[in-house]
Design a protein around this ligand. Sequence first.
Ligand code: AMP
Ligand code: MG
Length: 417
Amino acid sequence: MLAFMHAPKLMPLEDAITTVLGETPDPRKAEVPLEQSVGGVLAADVRSDMDMPPFRKSMMDGYALRAADTAGSAVVLDVVETIHAGMVPTAEVLPGQAAAIMTGAPLPEGADAVVMVERTEREAEGRVRIDVAVPVGNHIVPAGEDARCGDVVLRAGTRIGPAAVASLAAVGCDPVPVFGAPRVCVFTTGDEVVPPWKKPGPGCIRNSNSPMLAARVARDVGAVRDGGVLVDDAGAIGGAAAKAFREYDVVVFTGGVSMGEKDLVAEAIRGAGFAEVFHQISVKPGKPVLFGKAKGTLVFGLPGNPVSSAVTYELIVRPALMKLSGRTPLHRPQVSAVLEGPAPRAIPREQYLPAVLSPGPAGFSVRLVPWNGSADLFSFAAGNVLLRIPRGGPAPEAGDRVMTVVVADDVSSIFGA
Ligand code: AMP
Ligand code: MG
């Protein structure tokens, strides 16, 4: 008999998230070669190992000279040497003298300005004519202007993009201290679940959760192992779990965590060392979520319904992966918007409904995506946010201000292309 008499009080979503983050360890530190560092997260502050630039240098091809020599009308100076980038000047520039200098070359002693070659005229051998007054410091970068030796040029926690790679290279930071990406394995459970390349037989359904979750994990931490589909058999699930718990930092199951007779995951993985922290939370979709640990491995059981699985990944699993990777912010951004169109229904649980957020002249507006519930992955894919309806509260009506959680990867639909 299904007994509802003593239904346990469900954990609120925010407590579930706090609990998961509390159980999530700090990121591991690792080192990667500079050329493989893009996409990683810096595990330490990076300092410049010298003044940048390391010497006073010319920003132009032209002539290094004494600015005072050009203060009057046109002047003709003796060119005493030519300095290319990579050379060291050999002579001081005295009054009445200049040195031909190329971009990136060190300034010679005595010179306090550079005039660009386009503003000069080469006279007879060894002389140059200058018709403009050149201000002191013109086209010169002083040594140490960009960074001093010991200055922090990149902070720990920075996600390494191409600009950061340039900074790392410039200060000779190789190998690069990064946070190691967590090792994550995803399993789907269900006798009825067949691979995407197969036409499902009677009563069967294609596996969309594994590709969907693997894609989310790959997007968030870079790599993932798809453990495939496990049949609804305690032995099969327990065996796969035991192996995965030894090899991965995070193991995510989908399906098999609800109240049905074939929902065996929670029980089946206990024998593999799983210690439950919570099972079932007060959120829709996503009530059946299971969470616990097997030694150091974080273990999540997400509902099998594709939308429930996607939403609970975003709200609960992803913050843990962010913490394990050393990335911030842990949570998806929230945007306040005015509700347009049909209003949602209120229920006792906190709700997250697929919706479309759009910019407008008076701020953001949001409209629910018409959908058929938590199996309707096509409608879910049409949304760019989740509209959050707090638990217990009255349902918002058209014109009310509501909170949305941005889950779209491509935010061009929200913030403009
Ligand atoms: P469960 O959570 O195992 O009770 O599954 C709930 C619903 O989600 C059922 O209709 C399943 O057929 C469906 N489902 C479970 N796993 C998947 C999957 N990997 N891909 C698509 N649908 C699934
Ligand atoms: Mg199932």
